[in-house]
Design a protein around this ligand. Structure first.
Ligand code: SF4
Ligand code: SF4
Ligand code: SF4
Length: 176
């Protein structure tokens, strides 16, 4: 098992959603079934030209873990892990995450977040990304710059799009 923290270069991202498709495919392989209720662990929020790629940053001090009332979210060596069985779908974590990187699957009433694909040396979403907007953080030469650029783009979008609709989308995600 490996710890995969993924860095985003938001300016390199074209919004093509190849990463989203790759994530869903690997999730279907994990569960050995084509489940319509499976939602990607990475999302492109909004539409051109105001879109934003979001994925769990595997925070060392994770607000979502602190917010989780059942202990379904916990800090592990390989990152922040979500226990699907003990999650009750209360949504507290979605409000706590500053990146909009954890959301509720409304069909299943469970939270959804990236686990970094610990069984893959290179996660499928990274392999699928043609403009190389996704990188393993330990390999990203300018990870700090990526994070700052992501924050700047997120702030720009929040300022330019009407607040209530955007904040709802950001906290709950587009895939349900
Ligand atoms: S879901 Fe959000 S708060 Fe939780 S570890 Fe990921 S980025 Fe951090
Ligand atoms: S939705 Fe699930 S993971 Fe999120 S805070 Fe509630 S119980 Fe914890
Ligand atoms: S690391 Fe794995 S679970 Fe996370 S977004 Fe990429 S493919 Fe999906």
């Amino acid at each position: 098992m490996v710890s995969n923290r993924i860095s985003i270069d938001s300016l390199a991202c074209t919004g093509c959603k190849d990463c989203v498709v790759a994530c869903i495919e690997q999730l279907q392989q994990r569960t050995q079934k084509e489940d319509d209720c499976i939602s990607s662990r990475i999302q492109v929020l909004g539409t051109e030209p105001l879109f934003f790629l979001t994925i769990c940053r595997q925070c060392i001090e994770a607000p979502c873990v602190d917010a989780c009332i059942t202990g379904a979210l916990r800090q592990a060596v390989i990152g922040v892990m979500l226990n699907d069985i003990t999650c009750i779908g209360c949504g507290m974590c979605t409000m706590a995450c500053p990146f909009g990187a954890i959301w509720l699957n409304k069909d299943r009433e469970k939270s959804v977040k990236c686990d970094g694909c610990p069984n893959h040396a290179i996660p499928p979403c990274i392999n699928a990304c043609r403009p190389e907007a996704l990188q393993l953080e330990q390999k990203a030469r300018i990870a700090g710059t990526h994070r700052r650029r992501s924050s700047e783009k997120m702030i720009t979008i929040e300022r330019r799009v009407d607040g209530p609709e955007t904040s709802s989308y950001m906290t709950h995600g587009g895939n349900g």
